[in-house]
Design a binder for this molecule. Structure first.
Ligand SMILES: [Zn+2]
Length: 137
């Protein structure tokens, strides 16, 4: 099985509406988003999925959040701007953009809020096709 992964970053402001503490106040982060996809097949160039295409899609999604107050943006109008929800946003949006086979292999989207903390979203192990799971002896 092959795994490929790319990152992009975006600088954004946000606050948490339903939280008591520092994060209820408007503040900013340099977010880093990482996505990974997995496949058991390589193309004739020996690559799983072209980094150039994957980075372009991720960059375009990150650019939509860059230098914005996330709380003002439609995807977060009804959900909190937590790193968890941002990870889900990237996962779902990237899945829509990728060709079917790559979309099926999307493993996770991970959003770092700081270099020390991240949140990740991906399908539950049960949702991953059986041939992608480790063999059970
Ligand atoms: Zn924050």
């Amino acid at each position: 099985m092959y795994t490929v992964s790319v990152q992009a970053h975006y600088d954004s402001a946000h606050f948490l509406r339903n939280y008591k503490g520092k994060c209820e106040r408007l503040h900013g982060h340099r977010y880093v988003v990482e996505v990974a996809l997995q496949t058991d097949r390589l193309n004739e160039a020996g690559i799983a999925y072209d980094f150039v295409d994957l980075k372009r899609h991720l960059r375009e999604l990150a650019d939509e959040l860059d230098h914005q107050n996330l709380n003002d943006l439609p995807p977060f109008r009804d959900v909190e701007t937590s790193a968890e929800n941002q990870a889900r946003y990237f996962f779902d949006e990237l899945k829509k953009r990728l060709p079917e086979e790559q979309a099926a292999g999307l493993l996770y989207a991970r959003v770092w809020e700081t270099p020390q903390q991240w949140a990740q979203y991906g399908p539950s192990p049960a949702a991953v096709p059986a041939h992608r799971s480790p063999a059970i002896s």
